[in-house]
Design a protein around this ligand. Structure first.
Ligand SMILES: [Zn+2]
Length: 282
């Protein structure tokens, strides 16, 4: 289990498992001959993607960033993606009971990022984390209801009941959620996708979500075909690297099945690389 202390926060990576994605969708316009050097595809051209969430614990709070695919997929979607549904076991292994979680943050509302927000129990749809306040961006929630190109990825039962009950707060742009933990919008994958930034003790970590889904997507131009605004993805990555590289942020990758977090650096040739070990001064 990946765990680190960052100032007042203890950060632990937990995972809902892995699922298959089309390699072409994952790497967009990048030729397969190039991306295949980083990630092997199977005979269906599928690559394995991770579903990394992060628990952030302080003396006062237990924060869960992202909730994976969950266990409510339709039969059709299970055929395509499987349904590993490991998150609650991993939370338990990390010593976290659902009742202890007081804050849940979804970077955006695609099905593979907010699936465990809710569960079916005794014929009812209930919040998996009954004592938590959930946070998402209002623009993202509105987009989820617009029926656009990515409408297949939005499952209302993951968020609408929480919005209706008031348990999910819809944010307008970036803000601090608890001391040291804030969200910031990075457009590209969707217009309102938010990253989660943890700053404490002079250190910073960032759950960058689908802006940079894996260590295979560090290059500015290696943009997923799923992104609604690919040019903005590139601009947002530039904005992110401009701070994250000089300030030695720990970047947390949602969909990397092997490397959930790393320090992004530029090598001698100017190429982005992921370093597993903390640089000096971190
Ligand atoms: Zn997404």
């Amino acid at each position: 289990m990946h765990r680190i202390n960052l100032g007042d926060f203890e950060l632990t990576v937990v995972s809902d498992g892995t699922y298959p994605l089309d390699g072409g969708g994952f790497f967009g316009v990048v030729p397969k001959t190039l991306w295949e050097r980083k990630v092997k595809a199977d005979d269906q051209n599928l690559v394995r993607a991770g579903l990394n969430s992060v628990i952030g614990r302080t003396e006062k709070h237990t924060v869960l960033i992202e909730t994976g695919i969950g266990n409510k997929l339709s039969e059709k979607m299970v055929k395509i993606f499987g349904q590993p549904a490991r998150l609650l076991q991993e939370l338990s292994a990390a010593g976290v009971a659902p009742e202890q979680v007081d804050i849940v943050i979804n970077s955006h509302l695609h099905f593979d990022h907010c699936g465990w927000n809710t569960v079916h129990r005794e014929g009812k749809l209930l919040p998996t984390f009954p004592n938590a306040t959930y946070y998402a961006q209002e623009g993202e929630w509105r987009h989820a209801h617009e029926g656009q190109r990515d409408s297949f990825s939005y499952l209302a039962e993951n968020y609408d009941p929480l919005v209706e009950s008031g348990q999910m707060k819809l944010l307008r742009g970036g803000r601090e959620i608890v001391p040291g933990l804030s969200v910031e919008v990075f457009p590209g994958h969707t217009r309102d996708m938010q990253a989660v930034i943890i700053r404490s003790g002079g250190k910073t970590a960032c759950y960058i979500s689908d802006l940079i889904p894996t260590t295979g997507h560090l290059d500015l131009n290696w943009v997923m075909a799923y992104d609604l605004y690919p040019i903005e993805t590139i601009e947002s990555r530039k904005r992110y690297y401009a701070r994250a590289i000089p300030e030695k942020w720990l970047t947390i990758f949602t969909h990397d099945p092997e490397v959930p977090w790393a320090y992004v650096e530029r090598d001698e040739k100017g190429k982005m690389v992921a370093r597993k070990h903390s640089p000096q001064g971190f």
